[in-house]
Write a protein that binds this ligand. Sequence first.
Ligand code: LLP
Length: 418
Amino acid sequence: LSGFERDPETQQARLGSVNLSALLAANPRRTPAYVYDLDGIEAGARALVESLRPRDLVAYALKANSAGSIVRRIARAGCGADVVSGGELELALGAGIPARKIVMSGVAKSDGEIDLALARGIRALQVESLEELARSIARASAAGKVARVSVRINPGVEVDTHAHIATGHAAAKFGVAAAEWPRVAALLASTQAAKLVGISAHVGSSLKTTEPYLASARVVCDVCKDWQKRGLAPEFLDFGGGFGIDYGAGNISAQPRDFARAALELLASQGLDALELVVEPGRSLVGPFGVLVAAVIQSKLTDSGRWLMLDAGMNDLIRPALYGARHRIEPLARLPDEPSWRVVGPICESTDDFGMHDLGPSAPDYVVIRDAGAYGFTLASEYNGRALPAEVFLSAGKVESISASPGVAAWVERRLRA
Ligand code: LLP
C-alpha cells in the first residue's frame, strides 16, 4: 500500500512496490502509460469510509478516474459514486456500485439521463435549478414514478483555488441560487412526483483547508433547518468533494479524514446528526496513486536552455495546460538532480509545457510524472492524431491488468471513415 516511492538502494522509482523501470523493460513501446496502485486506492477509500458513520456515504466523483479496475476497488471499499452523465451512471452500476449509493449531479442533464436515473432507482438526482426540478417532476409523472431529488444549492462561497475549478460562488453556473430557494422548497412541498431526499453543495476543487468546505456546509445546514420548518424532511446532507492533494508544494494542510471529521462535527453542532452525511471526493481518492510514465524522445539545447521532449503531451495530461498545474517530473531510474530542464510534449501548441524540472546533467531515457491518477486519463484526447495512452493496473506488487492504447492505426481508420 505504498503509492509512489524510491527503492532505498537503487533510487529507482516504484509504485505499489513495483519497479517502474523493470515494468517498462517487460512492456517495451508502451509509453505514454498511466500506472496505478490499486491497493493504495482501495486502502485510501476504505480509510475514508471508516472515518464516517456506517449510514454515511462516500460518493466517489467518478469523473476523476473512471477505469473499471479502479471503480471496482473503490466500490469494494464501500464507496458509492457521484456521476454526471448517463455514461458514468451505467459505468458505476456496471462496476458493482448499487443504485442506492449513486447520486447524479450536473447542470444540464438531458431528459434521457433523467429518465435513466429514474429507471435505475438511484439515491438522488441532484437538481441544480428550478427549471431542472420542474423537468424532473414532469419526467417522473410521465413514468408514474416519484423522483428522489437532492437540491444542489449554490452556497455563495468564494474559494482560494484556480478560477476554473471554483464552483460555489454566486456567479457560477452551478447550483440553485439563493433567490430561488423559497420557490424550490414550495414546488417540492406541493408535488407528489418528487420527494426531497437531500440538500447538497460543492464549493470547488483542490481545497487546501477545511474552511471553505465548512463555510459552504454551514449554508447547507441553514437551508436544511429552514426547509424542515416548512415540512420538508431530507434524509441526507451532501457537502460535496474538493479535498486537495499535495502536488509537491507542501501547501495542503487538510487530509480527507480531516474534512470528514469537520463535517461530522458540524452536523453535531447544528443538531443535524440524525441525518446521513454524503461526501463527493474524486481527486483525493485516486490522484496520488497514479503516475504517467513517458519516454524521452530527445533533448534540444538552445540559447534559452535545455529542453526535454517527451512522448507524453497535453493530450495525455492536460492539467498543466488548462490550469497551470504543476506535476512533479522525475527521472525514472534516479533521483531528481540539477540542472533543470524545460519539459515539453510533442503537441503543436505552446501550452504543451510541463514546466522546469530537475532531471540531472544528462537526459534520462524515461520520466515519471507524479500525482496523475486524477483528471489525467479522463481528460485525455487524441489531438494531433495521437492515440489515447495505455493504462497499467498494479496490485500486490504485480501487474494485475493492462488496458492497451487503441493505437494510432485505429485513429487513422476512424477519422478516414468520418
Ligand atoms: N462533486 C461535484 C459536483 C464536482 O463537480 C466535483 C468536481 C467533485 C465532486 C469532485 O471534486 P474533487 O474531489 O475531485 O476535487 N479537472 C479539474 C478538476 C475539476 C473538478 C470538477 N468537479 C482538475 O484537474 O483539477
